[in-house]
Design a protein. Structure first.
Length: 343
């Protein structure tokens, strides 16, 4: 029981954070806790598998969005090769995307971001085959400063620059962390917002905000038009605007597959061979991507975080729709919200 005189909402928030921290300590002390119980203690929502029939429907939507009548896997692999951006162009195009989403975010949220906020970009190359790879990663440094790591040799497609810049920067991770540092920690002295906990309810909300961030700025069609104009090396070889817009929409459902892959690994304890074949059968992931997902699931730090993307975006969509209002999104950026608050 808290005796500091905090209001009930803050007490509840702190209680959930302390439950997550206690669970981490118990795991480090080799206390046996089921994955389902771990998950609920960490993230404030229950863990439930997604119906495989829903995944089958998404595969059909993917075929429609990509104009596929034959072999889906071959078509997607050919597109990956066509849409891959290599070398120095990666940094140039990501910086351009970051500037686009920054300007749009600051048009929508006038004077919301602290004037001192800053993003530094760091090029990295993860060549260790045993490590989990990230195309982008935001390291929030505090004092309204983020470092975004970019791995130019991993999954760099022109179609992803705008959404990735929104996810990591504006109005995603960097914006949320900067705004909450100012509004909650510096202005209100709520110390719990001076620390970023990975395995905690904060993660679900943060990844949900980041995943849907680009929808606040642009429609699916607007993103397709900007992408063709600003990032595509050869627009004449590309799909129509209508198909590109459908592809932008269907990307919001791609985490469903990773969610069930992790569930079968952690709950059902499938073998690596069975997991690999399960992921491959969908025809949408490259071999490199599947192997990286399996490394993430096997990593004790990241094993349960793979669920956060799908859970976070779906909680926000179910509460506020695919295109949240400016007011609702601002509430997400400025208010200590728990996943259970959105159920």
């Amino acid at each position: 029981m808290f005796i500091q005189g905090f209001d009930k909402t803050r007490e509840k928030y702190l209680e959930k954070l302390l439950t997550a921290l206690r669970t981490s300590v118990e795991i480090l002390n080799n206390i046996k806790i089921s994955v389902e119980d771990q998950f609920f203690s960490f993230y404030d929502v229950p863990l439930q598998i997604i119906d495989e029939l829903e995944l089958d429907k998404v595969v059909e939507l993917i075929k429609e969005a990509y104009g596929v009548s034959g072999n889906l896997e071959k078509h997607i692999n050919d597109l990956r090769k066509q849409r891959t951006i290599n070398g120095p162009q990666v940094l140039k195009l990501f910086k351009k995307a970051l500037k686009i989403v920054e300007l749009r975010t600051k048009e929508i949220f006038i004077d919301l971001l602290p004037p001192e906020e800053k993003i530094y970009i760091n090029l990295v190359e993860n060549s260790d085959r045993d490590k989990v790879k990230w195309a982008y990663y935001n390291w929030y440094k505090g004092n309204f400063c983020s470092q975004i790591d970019i791995n130019p040799n991993y999954n760099m497609y022109w179609t992803a620059f705008l959404s990735s810049a929104a996810h990591e920067g504006y109005p995603g991770h960097h914006t949320e962390f900067s705004v909450k540092e100012q509004a909650l920690y510096k202005d209100l002295n709520q110390f719990e917002h001076s620390i970023l906990f990975l395995n905690s309810p904060k993660l679900i909300i943060s990844e949900g905000i980041a995943e849907i961030a680009v929808n606040l700025l642009f429609s699916y069609r607007d993103r397709a038009e900007i992408g063709l104009r600003e990032f595509c090396p050869d627009p004449l070889r590309e799909d129509s605007l209508d198909l590109l817009a459908l592809q932008n929409e269907i990307k919001e459902k791609m985490h469903l597959f990773s969610f069930n892959l992790a569930f079968h690994a952690l709950i059902d304890e499938w073998s690596e061979k069975r997991l690999y074949q399960y992921a491959k059968n969908f025809g949408i992931f490259s071999q490199q991507n599947i192997k990286n997902q399996l490394k993430m699931i096997a990593n004790s730090v990241h094993s349960t975080t793979i669920f956060s993307y799908n859970l976070g975006i779906n909680l926000i969509i179910n509460k506020y729709s695919q295109f949240p209002s400016i007011k609702n999104f601002k509430d997400l950026l400025t208010t200590p919200i728990l996943p259970s608050d959105l159920v």
